[in-house]
Design a protein around this ligand. Structure first.
Ligand code: G3P
Ligand code: MG
Length: 267
């Protein structure tokens, strides 16, 4: 597919939210997870080669507590192994093929550690939206360990003004709470696929800077009200140009997309 529409800018429409916002408007989903196997370094390389500067990816823990990238609770869809994604030690996970399911040319691509992704992003000036996706039962440990890993990996670059903290998001409030407690300075975002009556109170209690909503939930009134409350508003996963235009007109602060060759992330 060839690029069809340049975008207006790279920082998004101005919102009336007061939270400083260092993140690009356009965010590639799961790395650039349709061009190359999702949540692998190959996907990040594919997106970066197309000019993308911001990436969403999913992080969870190995049995021995190493943060690594994988979407599902189990291994079978995106690796050559089966069973719980939290059952193997990192040494065993690192030997898996997380690329062969996608295409022959990516066969042998390993699941990446968060460390490897950090090195690639920092070296190339890329920004992360790190979705904490704990395997069931590992909610608190995941928040705690990932937050410490982020501080260790990004802290120096952030202090020196040459890097931006990853935006840590999760559907799981317990995970965000554990991250908040472990490293209070990290920016958090609550992910929402439905609007429960107390969902924005939870975001406020966790001192989130943003909420990331399923794109179907968004209305102009909701965006206005969230901005009024000082929250940035992002949407996932927007792959349709007309829908993207509509959401941009609502004044969103970020869009997460798989369509990395249709949308162009900088003018
Ligand atoms: O972070 C936004 C989006 O990735 C949430 O859904 O299932 O693609 O991780 P999922
Ligand atoms: Mg995700």
């Amino acid at each position: 597919m060839s690029p069809t529409r340049p975008l207006l800018n790279d920082t998004g429409p101005l919102a009336d939210a007061t939270t400083p916002w260092p993140y690009p408007f356009w965010i590639a989903h799961r790395g650039a997870g349709q061009h190359a196997p999702e949540n692998t370094l190959a996907a990040f390389r594919a997106g970066a080669a197309l000019g993308w500067r911001a990436f969403e990816c999913d992080v969870k823990l190995s049995a021995d507590g190493v943060p690594y990238l994988l979407h599902d609770d189990t291994l079978e869809r995106t690796t050559d192994a089966a069973g719980s994604a939290g059952a193997l030690a990192w040494a065993d996970l690192a030997r898996l093929d997380a690329g062969g399911w996608h295409s022959r040319r990516h066969a042998g691509e390993p699941p990446p550690s968060l460390d490897a992704i950090a090195v690639f992003c920092l070296r190339n000036g890329l920004v992360l939206n790190l979705e904490l996706k704990p395997v069931p039962g590992d909610e608190e440990r995941t928040g705690h360990v990932v937050a410490h890993a982020v501080r260790q990996r990004w802290g120096e670059a952030v202090r020196d003004g040459v890097g931006v903290w990853p935006l840590l998001s999760s559907f799981e409030p317990r995970t965000l709470a554990a991250a908040r407690e472990a490293v209070p300075e990290l920016p958090l975002a609550l992910l929402l696929d439905t609007l429960a009556p107390d969902c924005f109170d939870i975001a406020e209690r966790l001192d989130c800077v943003a909420v990331v909503l399923d794109e179907s939930l968004l209305t102009a009134e909701l965006v206005r009200s969230l901005h009024h409350d000082g929250l940035r508003v992002l949407a996932y996963t927007v792959n349709d140009a007309e829908r993207a235009d509509l959401l941009i007109d609502l004044g969103l602060d970020g869009l997460i997309t798989d369509a990395v060759d249709m949308f162009i992330p900088s003018a």
